[in-house]
Ligand binder design. Structure first.
Ligand SMILES: NC(=O)c1ccc[n+]([C@@H]2O[C@H](COP(=O)([O-])OP(=O)(O)OC[C@H]3O[C@@H](n4cnc5c(N)ncnc54)[C@H](OP(=O)(O)O)[C@@H]3O)[C@@H](O)[C@H]2O)c1
Length: 331
């Protein structure tokens, strides 16, 4: 197959009137050892991309400057040493960057097949949320069979994946969301109880719904005053894991509750971790999670697909936060 020399990719142009996302023409990247070049069908939009284009979340060393932490598509070339994938395969992959483009490079430990029941375009929104949810809920917080779970931001990309996965694995799932419509969507995805955080106190609801015991594991993306409120919502031996701090990364914690109730606090980031840590997460997803798509227990939750050139509009929609599920870009 002859590949074009150049492709369209999205670049952030920062000026006095704010940041604009503009299409530019750049060379099609060439796959090096262990790398896979694929023609992008869709790229997921993530909140971290909004931070990156504003200059707050720089790409790790060696990553492309083009935004885009995940994408799906068709393999068009493989580098030396790639054994598991061939030209023509439908894949989705976690990327260090570069998804907002017509072609992207993935490394083998971060690639998964597109589940048979999922369209090539919808698959672009799967990797970032499932890598993050799996590694935090199971590797960091060690959610065990029969334990209860709370995820904040249930209507987010992360939340819609976490609710479905924990429901499919038989856990009682609590979640918070910012409107009655979002709460109804969370219940439809499998939440046992969705709490409208604008009108209800999640600490009180969790206590009431668990007979005063609290939940075993919390996945939080809010931070700020939620840190202490999360600790108040955990059961004895409970675990809190944080993936973002939308209300602030600094919080006052009364460690007496941590000590008295044997609680554990954790926090992880995904992007800066080496492939040697991402590969085992990919393997766990392939074994434990991907089969649940074809079994009908999981489905992609795509809210809207924008043309690649409208990346700016996609970012504005995420900033407004009226979406439920994933926002995608399709070249
Ligand atoms: N550490 C990591 O490795 C990692 C990886 C992926 C994602 N993340 C982070 O995880 C978060 C979710 O990512 P995403 O891409 O799925 O973004 P997203 O769809 O934009 O989700 C953000 C969510 O936060 C919710 N939220 C904001 N304030 C809240 C509050 N006070 N209480 C409860 N929920 C609140 C929003 O709900 P409302 O609109 O209803 O307020 C929205 O659903 C982002 O902050 C992202 O940066 C971290």
């Amino acid at each position: 197959m002859t590949l074009p020399a150049a492709m369209t990719a999205i670049r952030a142009e920062r000026g006095p009137d704010g940041t604009r996302l503009v299409p530019e023409n750049i060379p099609v990247p060439q796959p090096g050892p262990g790398q896979i070049l694929f023609k992008v069908a869709s790229a997921g939009v993530n909140r971290a991309d909004l931070l990156q284009v504003e200059g707050h979340h720089p790409p790790p060393p060696g990553a492309p400057a083009t935004p885009g932490l995940e994408a799906s598509g068709t393999v068009v070339a493989v580098g030396p040493g790639v054994n598991g994938w061939s030209v023509g395969d439908a894949i989705c992959a976690l990327l260090p960057g570069g998804g907002y483009a017509e072609y992207a490079i993935a490394t083998e430990p971060c690639v998964l097949p597109v589940p048979k029941s999922v369209s090539l375009v919808d698959a672009g929104g799967l990797p970032e949320v499932y890598f993050t949810v799996w590694s935090n809920v199971f590797d960091t917080a060690g959610l065990k069979s029969g334990e209860s779970f709370l995820v904040h931001g249930g209507s987010s990309g992360i939340g819609t994946a976490a609710i479905q996965l924990m429901h499919a694995r038989g856990h009682k799932v609590f979640t918070t969301a910012g409107s009655a419509e979002k709460c109804a969507a969370c219940v439809a995805l499998g939440a046992t109880r969705a709490i409208d955080y604008r009108t209800e106190d999640f600490v009180a609801v969790v206590k009431a719904e668990t007979g005063g015991k609290g939940v075993d594991v919390i996945l939080d993306m809010v931070g700020g005053d939620y840190v202490m409120r999360n600790l108040q919502s955990l059961a004895r031996g409970g675990r809190l894991t944080n993936i973002a701090y939308q209300k602030g990364a600094k919080a006052e914690v009364d460690f007496r509750i941590v000590q008295a109730r044997l609680l554990t606090l954790g926090a992880t980031g995904l992007r800066g971790r080496p492939d040697s840590e991402k590969g085992p997460i990919r393997d766990a997803l392939a074994k434990e999670v991907w089969p649940l798509f074809d079994a009908g227990s999981l489905k992609p939750v795509t809210y809207r697909v924008f043309p690649l050139a409208e990346a700016g509009a996609a970012h504005r929609l995420m900033k407004e936060s009226s979406h439920i599920g994933k926002i995608l870009l399709a070249p």
